[in-house]
Design a binder for this molecule. Sequence first.
Ligand code: 4AD
Ligand code: MG
Length: 462
Amino acid sequence: RTKIAQIFADQEQFGGKEVTVCGWARTIRDMKSFGFVELNDGSCFKNLQVVLDANVLDNYKEIAGQNVGAALIVTGTVVLTPQAKQPLEVKAATVAVEGASTPDYPLQKKRHSVEYLRTIQHLRPRTNLFSAAFRVRSVAAHAIHCFFQDRGFVYAQTPIITASDCEGAGEMFQVTTLDLNDLPRTEDGQVDYSKDFFGKKANLTVSGQLNAENFALAFGNVYTFGPTFRAENSNTQRHAAEFWMIEPEMAFADLNDYMDTAEAMIKYIINTVMEKCPDEMNFFSSFVDKGLKERLEHVASSDFGRVTYTEAVELLRQNNDKFDYKVEWGCDLQTEHERYLTEQVFKRPVFVTDYPKEIKAFYMRLNDDGKTVAAADCLVPGIGEIIGGSQREERLDLLEGRIKELGMNPEDYWWYCDLRRYGSCRHAGFGLGFERMVMYLTGISNIRDVELHPRTVGNADF
Ligand code: 4AD
Ligand code: MG
């Protein structure tokens, strides 16, 4: 059995040779004495043109009469066709039907809207768009592992179920075995979570960071790459309830070390995908987002911008007439502001640093001004925030003070504070939203189209 990708990769070697390929018919044309099948086996973006000759195949009628979507096994000779539209084709000697398809196959040869394709998520991986998107997603995931492994980072698998709320936003999905119709109560009427499976209230993690810090203060440099969950009621093109995050954490590192690493990582991912997915990137650049490739090449070869929150707010305030939500020092930046900064002002990715402490999480390191924290978000054109990260508060008194100030329960974070008791050190890390990275790489504008089966508000189908 040969994969179609191998044949295209080694054309000279395969020319004149017999191969057997298995795949699904994307199109079938019957010209009576001969016919054509465009076969796709998923190994690459390209289809293989199979020539059916009625004089050669005794089951010509059966094959030419198949419906689009049929699973076929083709044995035949590879013929190089340098003059034709496609560089090669296979002249079939035998074709067997592994599984027929019915005439109502939903993916006929025409352009379907992404909205329609979301209703047939079980079949959409067979379209050009998703074939390209999910191969890029796979290559990008591998590139991320290579980037960190090559630099000696240890891959840490942090737990999915947790009792702490890393981001402190209360946007967690609860995990419980209690009977919701008959909850055990304490004397004062509160739900008695000591009766629950874990003996306390537990949730799906919103971030592996706090656990990654435990690893980093032993291994030095670590990273996580796993699913995270947010019960955010944000029905937007860039929010999902379940998404994957890459969270590196580095000991003896500060905010600049984080930004340098993140910038190198994004450039590495872009370069790897460009190199390994040329057909997919050509497709995106022509049909999804014109000029995507040139823009990404430019990003990979130029410096990202860096601007403080205070400077960014000044720039935005001068343009407040353009925004629905007016900017003031102290406000959280909305997507419209993030996109304005990166699309209109910097025209490239930009790190916004040193946000007011009030709008950031408890673990971020307080700056000397007492008002801002050593945080940085990386914003990119077309999407806005793609990375959030910070230097962590390594001073026990300041961390404990912040935990109390925010009304969090210090008992839940005793182990996190312990890190500051036993050999505390400067450390920093960040979280890259993997789906947003894939959106950035492909030009696909909705997060629902870069996840196999997206989980969003009101939607957990498939
Ligand atoms: O900015 P966030 O909330 O940062 C953290 O969770 C930190 N604990 C990370 C760290 O420092 N280790 O999330 C990080 C990134 C965002 O920049 C965004 O790309 C992505 O995760 N993200 C989402 N992606 C899709 N859907 C959502 N609902 C997302 N929420 C965050
Ligand atoms: Mg963030």
